[in-house]
Design a protein. Structure first.
Length: 99
């Protein structure tokens, strides 16, 4: 009995138009925050607060660093910063002589 092996497992399925589900959720969250800020802030403050939110939302949705998506990269960086760090000292065998 032969089994089919899945191919292209690294590609995510496009669910909402040309976007994957994660991309759509990041863009929708940014748009929702800006939409709420529209009723809370005046126009000048909305632009000042909305522009960084839009940039961060687009970066989380589309930006990749060395083939790794930005949310995954941020999670790895946070786990490195908060995780335990261990330094192991290994003494070399005997003194080094000049050659």
């Amino acid at each position: 009995m032969r089994f089919q092996v899945p191919q292209f497992i690294e590609t995510e399925v496009k669910i909402v138009g040309p976007f994957t589900l994660k991309q759509f959720l990041f863009l929708a969250a940014g748009a929702l925050i800006i939409f709420i800020l529209q009723y809370v802030l005046g126009l000048t403050y909305l632009i000042l607060a909305g522009l960084p939110i839009a940039i961060i939302s687009f970066a989380l949705a589309f930006y990749k660093i060395d083939g790794v998506s930005l949310p995954q990269y941020v999670l790895v960086a946070l786990s490195y910063l908060t995780g335990p760090k261990r330094y192991q000292f290994r003494k070399e065998e005997g003194p080094r002589l000049p050659q």
